[in-house]
Design a protein around this ligand. Structure first.
Ligand code: NAD
Length: 215
């Protein structure tokens, strides 16, 4: 049995998740697995990751909102020591026209994965938050201790609530260590050109709109 320490990346077929998997495979000794239901990505990403790194990554094609199926992954993968949680819907505009889709997906998936951290004793958790938690702020630059502003969209609010949920969990269960990363606008692609930002849904950020037009 392979007893290598394992990092679970949620949203591993997505833009930031796939690049993170490559970094983990190339710079650490962890085994890396992914949970991605491919709602905004393609399974081809994993073939490309294998081409770049020479390593196979198992992806569980499971919806994180399905707690029963999610728990089965943890029962199967006994050596998970940390989780990097990227999976979420991320279109600000779509979240305004379809708030239920965003609250349902972004909140339930986080709640389920936090519950799995407790149930399966996983104490290291990284959350993909967003610069949108600062709202439409007038004072720049923002810093880590800049307070949240008024959320400008359900997407932004789902990230604020996500951070608050994590704070509450780490307070109640101090063995759980967590950090939230508040990205601004990540751009770029792996130097091989094999993977980059390539959403299957309509692009909303400036750079993917440019690249999709070019393609
Ligand atoms: N890209 C950006 O500009 C940006 C900026 C700030 C924050 N973020 C955050 O970073 C994270 C990753 O962003 P990205 O650009 O890589 O997005 P992405 O859409 O490329 O990747 C997210 C992945 O999660 C998967 N997913 C979504 N819901 C799921 C679910 N319920 N179960 C299983 N898989 C699911 C999708 O299929 C997709 O592959 C997101 O949480 C996003 O909100 C992104």
């Amino acid at each position: 049995m392979n007893s290598k320490k394992t990092i679970l990346v949620t949203g591993g077929a997505g833009y930031i998740g796939s690049h993170t998997i490559i970094e983990l495979l190339e710079t650490t000794d962890f085994k890396v697995i992914s949970v991605d239901n491919l709602s905004n990505s393609s399974v081809k990403t994993f073939y490309r990751i294998e081409k770049i790194t020479g390593k196979k990554v198992v992806n569980y094609e499971v919806d994180l909102c399905n707690k029963i199926n999610l728990e089965k992954i943890f029962e199967n993968e006994k050596n998970i020591v940390g989780i990097i949680h990227f999976a979420a819907y991320k279109s600000v505009g779509e979240s305004v026209s379809d708030p239920h889709k965003y609250y349902h997906n972004n909140i339930n998936s986080l709640l389920n994965i936090l519950e799995c951290c407790l149930k399966f004793n996983i104490n290291n958790f990284i959350f993909s938050s967003s610069c949108s938690v600062y709202g439409n702020i007038s004072q720049l630059p923002v810093k880590e201790d800049t307070p949240f502003g008024k959320a400008e969209s359900p997407y932004a609010y789902s990230k604020q609530v996500g951070e608050e949920m994590i704070k509450d969990y780490t307070t109640a269960y101090p063995q759980l260590k967590a950090i939230a990363l508040r990205y601004f606008n990540p751009v770029g692609a792996h130097i091989s050109g094999l993977i980059g930002e390539s959403p299957i849904n309509k692009a909303n950020n400036l750079v993917p709109i440019i690249t999709q037009t070019a393609i």
